[in-house]
Design a protein around this ligand. Structure first.
Ligand SMILES: Cc1cc2nc3c(=O)[nH]c(=O)nc-3n(C[C@H](O)[C@H](O)[C@H](O)COP(=O)(O)OP(=O)(O)OC[C@H]3O[C@@H](n4cnc5c(N)ncnc54)[C@H](O)[C@@H]3O)c2cc1C
Length: 500
């Protein structure tokens, strides 16, 4: 029997191990997309629980729900979700005029002012005094600043990218209920051992309730434990720690403001040994501090976060401390086992990309399974695509650290001077710094990048990566025109309803 046919006949009984966001997103998606002859089961431990964080998305999440015909209002209301226009980065740079910038999600209105921004960036990086703060050229920054929603008053007007914030636990429950209604079998038990055959295929998992769960395709969504992929199959893990230092986080939830008026943005503020997130939900704030345990202790980090939130060091609030394993496996799909979620890897939460990678993994897998006609070539392709996506996101995230200009703690100095920089990043930064054709540079490495052109300009210019000495110029694009335009568009087209 050829390899091709043996793989095909395997995918009619799928067991998912782990019921965090990754597990239930996978279960729901596959139960919609695959034939009803495919049995899907999920086993999760109630004792271990889920990671319970992960409350910001990228715009791709919209497509996930659209693909399942789930109404935005329905899932948003069930998860206390709010809209997200982008991310505000505060205090990452101490360059005058560039202490804060907004990484926007883009929309069709931005086309004209964005061209002025790219042009002004070109002037400034060649040493001319042109305004190049992205805040002045993208409507998303205005939408957030004016407490508006990234939803159009009239949806027919144009195309707008936006993302979401949501309660991670409630999202998990929403997905679980939908998946179960769609026929996914649910087991609550602790997996105690995993059975393999001599060729390294997984045969079954055993639980503490005496169950022996079998399947011919196993999806490892067991979180950082990576029970099947790393623990059982011993798949190689490539750490990103020489590039991304942060390996721990502390999270604290705080009550909503009264009245609960918030900007439709994630705030990412640089602190002494990392950065903090502030995420608005309809019911509360999600806050956290992502830091390097080499540079500070969990207790210091907790106190620093509490101080930022206006809480006393001994304030009686629920505090969650988490460790993060930063990196990825090389073989996300190995034999009859596919790792999805934290079990396959994680690139710290800056830019909120983890669920986007989960979604890409699920969609790629589903497309392959749907054809019912795949081979080892497809598996190799799947793995190299997942590696490209992980490494591409890692590059963009690491650039925040590399570009920081803070000198006030060893952490920020190390983050700038000690991190391993990929060849692609070195190449792009060199082109930027030398005032070379940046468009051509982006084009050259395009196939390995995950982020698009505007995001590269926004981060490089937003963090103030420009020459110190600037000459006056009369050629700069008139920033006032762009600001007036963004203001006008925001007021005319975007809704005041920040909550559904
Ligand atoms: C500090 C922090 C902030 C983050 N912020 C974001 C963000 O803003 N945006 C974003 O997209 N992502 C974010 N993430 C990542 C996001 O939280 C995860 O990608 C997402 O929650 C998916 O996690 P998971 O399902 O892979 O793992 P988990 O939630 O850990 O789920 C693992 C599952 O496996 C089960 N399990 C484990 N062992 C066993 C066993 N022996 N038997 C049975 N079941 C078992 C657990 O019970 C659980 O159900 C963040 C992560 C961290 C650490």
């Amino acid at each position: 029997m050829s390899q091709r046919t043996s793989v095909i006949s395997m995918a009619n009984s799928i067991l998912i191990v782990g019921g965090g966001t990754a597990g239930w997103m996978t279960a729901l998606y596959l139960s919609h997309k695959l034939s009803s002859n495919v049995n899907i089961s999920l086993v999760e431990s109630q004792d271990i629980g889920t990671v319970g964080v992960g409350e910001g998305s990228t715009p791709y999440l919209k497509q996930y729900f659209e693909a399942l015909n789930i109404d935005e209002a329905q899932w948003m209301q069930a998860t206390d979700a709010t809209y997200k226009s982008g991310i505000r980065f505060d205090d990452w740079s101490h360059e005058s005029g560039y202490e804060s910038y907004f990484h926007p999600f883009f929309n069709a209105f931005d086309k004209k002012p964005a061209e002025m921004f790219f042009y002004n960036c070109g002037l400034r990086r060649r040493g001319f005094d042109a305004d190049a703060n992205p805040d002045n050229y993208f409507t998303a920054a205005y939408i957030a600043e004016q407490f508006k929603s990234p939803k159009l008053i009239n949806p027919q007007d144009t195309y707008v990218d936006y993302a979401y914030h949501f309660d991670a636990t409630k999202l998990g429950h929403f997905l679980r209920d939908k998946a179960k209604a769609n026929g996914v079998k649910h087991h609550i038990a602790n997996v105690t051992s995993v059975g393999t055959d001599p060729s390294g295929q997984i045969k079954s998992v055993m639980t503490d309730t005496g169950l022996k769960l079998t399947g011919n395709l196993f999806i490892d969504c067991s979180g950082f434990k990576s029970l099947l992929t790393q623990k059982t199959l011993k798949r190689e893990f490539t750490s990103y720690q020489d590039t991304l230092f942060n390996d721990a986080a502390v999270a604290i939830q705080t009550p909503p403001d009264t009245p609960h008026k918030f900007k439709t943005q994630t705030r990412s503020k640089a602190l002494k040994n990392g950065w903090m997130w502030q995420i608005p939900l309809t019911s509360r704030w999600g806050n956290g501090y992502v830091y390097s345990s080499r540079h500070t202790t969990a207790l210091h980090a907790e106190h620093e976060l509490k101080a930022e939130l206006g809480l006393a060091p001994d304030a009686d609030v629920q505090v969650r401390h988490l460790n993060m394993k930063v990196g990825r496996v090389s073989e996300h799909w190995s034999g009859n086992c596919i790792a999805i979620g934290l079990s396959q890897g994680f690139i710290e939460p800056l830019e909120a990309t983890a669920l986007m990678l989960v979604q890409f993994a699920i969609q790629n897998l589903s497309e392959i399974l749907e054809t019912g006609n795949f081979s080892n070539v497809d598996i190799r392709h799947y793995n190299s695509e997942m590696n490209r996506l992980f490494d591409g996101v890692k590059d963009y995230v690491s650039l925040h650290y590399l570009l920081n200009t803070r000198k006030d703690s060893q952490y920020w100095i190390d983050a700038r001077e000690e991190i391993q920089v990929s060849e692609n990043l070195k190449f792009l930064i060199k082109a930027w710094d030398r005032g070379e054709d940046f468009e051509a540079a982006l084009k050259k490495v395009e196939s390995e990048l995950v982020y698009l052109r505007p995001s590269w300009y926004c981060i490089l210019s937003g963090m103030g990566r420009h020459p110190e000495r600037l000459q006056a110029t009369s050629k700069a694009g008139p920033v006032k025109i762009s600001k007036d335009y963004c203001n006008r568009i925001t007021q005319k087209y975007f809704s005041d309803n920040i909550v559904l």
